[in-house]
Design a protein around this ligand. Structure first.
Ligand code: NDP
Ligand code: 8X3
Length: 249
């Protein structure tokens, strides 16, 4: 039975991915900072689910991650680098610099550190799959997307470069690039708990859901071992890539 590590399992995509992959028959380690959320999920999902409190920005904790895993969960076959966040949507000259640093520490450093810690065991076994959560924000600029979009552009290029480094090995890498997805905590976090601002993002839009992403990942991990989806951009039908803007000022 394959072992999957899903980061950011306490809400949104991560939680839905854990539910789906447990239903599909995988053993799943679900990690996040909020242990209470993971414990509730564990009560629902049973013994094939291992809740793991982990802040991906804590260097020592990530370094020692594998040492603390119990028998039966030590060999991670599939890593789903999902933990991430956007903070703020101010233009660059008004943005909060601490928010910028938190996004870089979480979306870039956390993701690359976890990958670096887990990849050697995949290489040793010549088997594995890394799925990264990028974003359309890494493909297209939008006003206020500044550092968030840049972190996702990193994830995109890092994924492509991982593929290249893994040439000749039976280890797959996919960057999933979703557009507008509702029903998660993403916008609540982005707007620092301002519910009105968060709700407005999804008003009157038939958005993608966390279950859509979980089903996509369930399909990806079930594709044959010789088959690699390098990147997968997904949008709701109600969204298109933005046009170019022209200022007449
Ligand atoms: P949520 O806010 O619902 O979930 C984010 C998850 O990341 C939470 O479980 C949170 O857990 C975890 N997390 C945040 N910071 C850390 C940290 N330092 N260490 C460990 N875990 C952390 O958002 P979504 O489910 O919507 O987003 C999931 C991923 O998908 C993100 O990477 C996001 O950028 C990306 N994405 C989202 C889109 C959307 O429109 N929703 C579209 C495209 C991409 P906790 O707070 O308990 O640590
Ligand atoms: C989340 C999608 O458009 O809010 O990555 O940046 S967007």
């Amino acid at each position: 039975m394959n072992v999957v590590l899903v980061t950011g399992a306490s809400s949104g995509f991560g939680e839905a991915i854990c539910r789906k992959l447990i239903a599909d028959g995988y053993k799943v380690i679900g990690s996040a900072r909020r242990l209470d959320k993971l414990t509730s999920l564990a009560a629902e999902l049973g013994t094939n689910f291992l809740p793991l409190q982990l802040d991906v920005t804590q260097k020592d904790a990530v370094d020692n991650l594998l040492l603390g895993l119990p028998q039966g969960f030590k060999d991670i076959d599939i890593l789903i680098n999902n933990a991430g966040l956007a903070l703020g949507m101010e233009v660059a000259y008004e943005a909060n610099y601490d928010d910028w640093e938190t996004m870089v520490h979480t979306n870039i450093i956390g993701l690359m550190h976890l990958t670096r810690v887990i990849l050697p065991s995949m290489v040793e076994r010549n088997f594995g799959y890394i799925i990264n959560l990028g974003s359309t924000a890494g493909n297209y600029p939008y006003r206020g997307g500044n550092v968030y979009g840049a972190t996702k552009a990193f994830v995109k290029q890092f994924s492509a470069n991982l593929r290249t480094d893994l040439f000749g090995k039976k280890i797959r890498v996919t960057n999933i690039e979703p557009g507008l997805c509702g029903g998660t905590e993403f916008s609540n976090v982005r707007f620092h708990g301002d519910k009105n601002q968060a709700d407005a993002v999804y008003q009157n839009v038939d958005f993608i859901t966390a279950n859509d992403i979980a089903n996509t990942i369930s399909w990806l991990v079930d594709t044959p071992a010789h088959f690699n989806v390098n990147s997968l951009e997904i949008m709701p039908v109600a969204q298109v890539p933005a046009g170019l803007a022209v200022s007449k000022e």
